[in-house]
Design a protein around this ligand. Sequence first.
Ligand SMILES: CC(C)(COP(=O)(O)OP(=O)(O)OC[C@H]1O[C@@H](n2cnc3c(N)ncnc32)[C@H](O)[C@@H]1OP(=O)(O)O)[C@@H](O)C(=O)NCCC(=O)NCCSC(=O)C[C@H](O)C(=O)O
Ligand SMILES: [Mg+2]
Length: 288
Amino acid sequence: MSDFTPLRSVLYMPSSNAKALEKAKTLPVDAVIFDLEDAVAPDAKPAAREAAAAAVSSGEYGRRTLTIRVNGLGTEWHDDDLAAAAQAGPAGVVVPKVNSADEVRGLVAALEKAGAPDHTKLWAMVETPQAIFDVRELAAASDRLAVLVMGTNDLVKELYAEHVPGRAPLLTSLSLSLLAARAAGIAIVDGVYNDVKDTDGFLAECRQGREMGFDGKTLIHPGQIEGANEAFAPSERAVEDARGILQAWEDGKGSGVVTYNGKMVENLHVESAQRTLAIHDAVRALED
Ligand SMILES: CC(C)(COP(=O)(O)OP(=O)(O)OC[C@H]1O[C@@H](n2cnc3c(N)ncnc32)[C@H](O)[C@@H]1OP(=O)(O)O)[C@@H](O)C(=O)NCCC(=O)NCCSC(=O)C[C@H](O)C(=O)O
Ligand SMILES: [Mg+2]
């Protein structure tokens, strides 16, 4: 876990919005998605592409993980977007509506052909019924695939579902994607919450995402960053418990099972505690 990169808060911004691009340089966000897809009107796409590439190359975003979301496979903008993103060399190229393992392999080949540096990974958006059915193979299709990104707006649209508190219509898709990411050993971030003024609803969805196991949440507004950063970082209590578990394990060296605060501790709990502390250390390192 030493090279763990926090992805608690992953903020989309339209690459056509110069003010938002500027503002992101000061926001306490773990990662930025410079968007060329849904948030950018067709006639603004060429200029947005240039702005996104320039932002990535600028060196002005500090420790933030930078990514560019290109337009999807089969669109008139995809090839030019992918070439520009590969040349700019962000941490991730986010591709919407990836449907299958074959598409992942094709995208990785295209990135390599376009000269993307080794550190530029593929982030695949899972947001169609076909992707959900193929998500296990999709997530394991390439070592260059680093992150799954849930596209819950498109999923709701494709399922003819509704956005409801608790997200019952999406739970199967969220859970299958999460299982696939964990089986493949890659990161996964939850979808966006559209109502930027509904703080309670947003925080409830962050808690749900955290409890399910997501690494973080994609966001659409700066006002959502603080809540996501807090929800997806280990709480003080969790850090204290993790340290206590490690101490109890150390004290009981040699026994296969000990207790901490009256609860059973086995090797698997020790591994979880170590993970909690590694995430805590990585988050602290960002904040220093
Ligand atoms: C949703 C918004 C259109 C709201 O914009 P606005 O009304 O301008 O908000 P505010 O006036 O409250 O903004 C306050 C300040 O913050 C800046 N700002 C706003 N949003 C962002 C942002 N995303 N990144 C950076 N900075 C931002 C404003 O410029 C104001 O700055 P200042 O005046 O200096 O204080 C808007 O928030 C927005 O456009 N959000 C992003 C929308 C987007 O990217 N959508 C596409 C991705 S969502 C999606 O499609 C996921 C997936 O594919 C799926 O299917 O689910
Ligand atoms: Mg989408």
